[in-house]
Unconditional design. Structure first.
Length: 238
């Protein structure tokens, strides 16, 4: 299990900001089950759903940003878990971009690759690996989507969600797997010791001129749209 507790360039859990967070929250003094739950809730709800500058950011940068998506939130939660002695690993996938429709639209949706790099985190808990994906969307954002589509009682795909039940998705930590985008997965890259290993092999979603355009013109409008959804300003969501 030693490799699943190591720090890396991206899992920079000895950064002062992460050390200060863990100390201030008192997570190391908690029983393991509660420790996992409080870290999970922090990343789920205090790091709100949003789009960072890139996928391959170090955990300390994601913490500073205060927002994240599957890959960046995953890096942060892995760093916090390892800092708190909880072994974890990275599982890489791609998802169909239809899952993001609604959360992004217009030129941003056209600009997005058809198959978007996705990941979840697996922790070693009670002598087995548990899949954690449900932390991607903060509760305020998810509840706004649920209210807007309250007539939907079954499967749902869009707005950063792909689940068999929009009304009751498996997003809360109860000691078992959590999911919110699982049903959108269309390719499995397998398991990696760290996000560093994955991105070194498979790269990230955007690079070169596409990354420049995303940073200069597109990302801000995407995050404004997400905030409109979170605030239930649906009149502004086209």
């Amino acid at each position: 299990m030693e490799q699943f507790l190591d720090s890396t360039t991206l899992l920079d859990f000895n950064h002062p900001s992460i050390t200060q967070l863990v100390t201030g929250k008192g997570w190391l003094s908690l029983p393991v089950e509660q420790r996992v739950g409080e870290i999970y809730d922090f990343v789920q709800n205090e790091i709100r759903f949003g789009y960072n500058e890139a996928d391959d950011l170090p955990a300390s940068r994601v913490l500073t940003d205060g927002i994240g998506q599957c890959n960046t939130k995953g890096t942060l939660i892995m760093a916090l878990f390892r800092k708190c002695g909880i072994p974890c690993r990275f599982h890489g996938f791609t998802i169909n971009k239809a899952l993001q429709k609604g959360a992004i639209s217009g030129i941003a949706y056209v600009f997005a690759p058809r198959n978007i790099i996705h990941s979840w985190v697996e922790i070693w808990h009670h002598d087995r690996w548990i899949n954690l994906e449900g932390f991607i969307l903060d509760n305020a954002y998810l509840m706004s989507v649920q209210e807007q589509f309250k007539e939907n009682v079954g499967a749902f795909c869009g707005y950063g969600i792909a689940t068999t039940s929009l009304k009751q998705p498996e997003v809360e930590w109860r000691g078992s797997d959590t999911y919110i985008q699982k049903e959108g997965i269309n390719h499995d890259f397998g398991i990696f010791d760290s996000p560093d290993d994955f991105y070194a092999k498979h790269g990230s979603n955007l690079s070169g001129i596409r990354r420049f355009i995303f940073l200069r013109w597109i990302r801000q409008s995407m995050n404004r749209r997400v905030q409109d959804i979170r605030s239930a300003n649906w009149s502004f969501v086209k």
